[in-house]
Design a protein around this ligand. Structure first.
Ligand code: UDX
Length: 441
């Protein structure tokens, strides 16, 4: 099928390439000339495992192209909207400027019977308000949220846990137009549906809420275990053993119970804030008032990591050499948006520490925003002479591949703060290190 994808950032670029990889003919459209030039050469503009390969294949096959020219959308049957919805400056709500611009820009090129499929994360009620503009052109709007995780984006797009389509509905069921639209999306996602991926057809509001409530739930799970870490810290309990034990209960599950310095990235923080703001507008602020608490617990963990490091260095980090392992908001990503790792590094620097930071993928991005830190590509070089080491992103390079005995030979002081509870505490202690975990004795 001929598809267009408006917005070629994280979501859109991966979606375009993934759709081409399953056989569709796709044009990706973005206003950013540099991004389009790089994608057109088959170069991924950000670090995402597997993206480079499907980009190169798609372009070589002739099924995938990128342009800044919106008229290229003409002739596609389904037009995906994958632009960003960042947090508004000075507020909690989502900024929908790019969504409106994408839809307005696309309207002149829509034909009768086309489908506009919104993938961006939007406040509930957005699709309802956009639909009449799309209908005027004889096209239909569907909301088809995206659940991809960075680092697993290609896999999550080609082989998602579930597909959700919010379609025009009447009296709690898809209208005739809605049912027809859902059938077209079934065709788009056929390879995945054929493998058994659930395809849930619902109304606009439910589809929009599925996305924000999924992210709110995940954020809640992480902050829950971080709240338990705070209690563990004053009782001598070990939050990782606690998480293992409660995680054995199938109703709870162990995933997303990793206590540490908390969540960051381009989605969870801004999405829970936008959800709170939208609930307030709807007169139901109290229903999700707990999300403010989730946010607050999350941010406190960054303070805790900084305090632990100060404490570990005898009450001050001033002029102490602190090696920070990690800058990305999570491993397998070069994304530093709202990264707890980078935040901790910057705060230590602010307290007068001589911070040396290393990361397998995110140094370039981090340096652009925080040139005041010292960046070292080589992990072992970064460790040399450190008074303390703090692990803030759980890359395999630190978690599995860093030998504590070898690290001890490089560092000056054997103090390690495990901001992600990802190190083998016993092995580090055995190698002579004083180990500090998050919510662990
Ligand atoms: C998230 C959702 O998972 C995804 O479904 C949605 O589409 C976009 O937002 P992503 O931002 O890529 O994806 O990251 P995710 O893997 O969810 O991690 C978010 C943050 O939580 C990271 O900073 C990670 O380090 C942190 N985290 C995760 C924890 O602190 N503990 C955990 O147990 C899990």
């Amino acid at each position: 099928m001929r598809l267009s994808v408006i917005g070629c950032g994280y979501l859109g670029a991966v979606h375009a390439a993934a759709m081409a990889s399953i056989g569709h003919e796709v044009v990706g459209i973005d206003v950013d000339e540099r991004k389009v030039a790089s994608l057109s050469k088959g170069e991924a503009p950000f670090f995402e495992p597997g993206l480079q390969e499907i980009l190169t294949e798609g372009i070589a096959s002739g099924r995938l192209s990128f342009t800044t020219d919106m008229s290229a959308a003409q002739g596609a049957k389904v037009h995906f909207i994958g632009v960003g919805t960042p947090q508004q400056p000075g507020g909690y709500a989502a900024d929908l400027t790019y969504v409106h611009a994408a839809v307005d820009g696309l309207l002149p090129y829509l034909s009768e019977g086309d489908i506009v499929a919104g993938k961006s994360t939007v406040p509930v009620g957005t699709a309802e308000s956009l639909a009449p503009r799309v209908s005027e052109r004889g096209a239909t709007l569907v909301w088809n949220p995206e659940f991809l995780r960075e680092g697993w984006a290609v896999q999550d797009t080609v082989d998602p846990d579930r597909l959700v389509a919010g379609v025009p509905s009447l009296d709690g069921a898809p209208s005739e137009e809605g049912a027809r639209t859902a059938d077209v999306l079934r065709e788009v996602y056929h390879p995945s549906i054929a493998k058994g991926t659930p395809f849930i057809v619902t109304d606009y509001a439910t589809a929009e809420l599925v996305k924000v409530s999924a992210n709110a739930f995940l954020a809640t799970k992480i902050s829950f275990i971080n709240a338990m870490a705070e209690i563990a810290e004053v009782t001598g309990a070990d939050v990782t053993t606690l998480a293992d034990a409660i995680g054995h209960d199938a109703r709870i599950g162990r995933r997303f119970l990793g206590a540490g310095i908390g969540f960051g990235g381009g989605c969870l923080p801004k999405d829970i804030r936008a959800f709170s703001a939208r609930a307030e507008e709807l007169g139901r602020g109290e229903s999700v008032a707990f999300l403010r608490e989730i946010d607050a617990i999350n941010l406190r963990r960054r303070d805790r990591a900084v305090d632990l490091t100060v404490q570990a260095l005898g009450g001050s980090v001033f002029e102490k050499k602190v090696t920070v392992l990690g800058a990305a908001f999570k491993p397998h990503s070069d994304d530093i948006r709202d990264s707890p790792a980078l935040d901790v590094a910057v705060r230590l620097h602010g307290l007068g520490a001589d911070v040396t930071l290393t990361d397998p993928a995110a140094i370039e991005n981090a340096r652009r925003i925080h040139p005041q830190l010292t960046y070292v590509e080589d992990r072992d070089e970064a460790l040399r002479g450190a008074d303390a080491v703090i692990v803030v992103t759980e890359w395999d390079e630190y978690r599995r591949e860093l030998d504590p005995a070898q690290a001890a030979e490089l560092a000056a002081g054997l103090v390690v703060v495990d901001g992600r509870n990802c190190l083998d505490a016993a092995a580090w202690r055995a190698a002579g290190w004083t180990y500090y975990g998050m919510g662990r004795p």
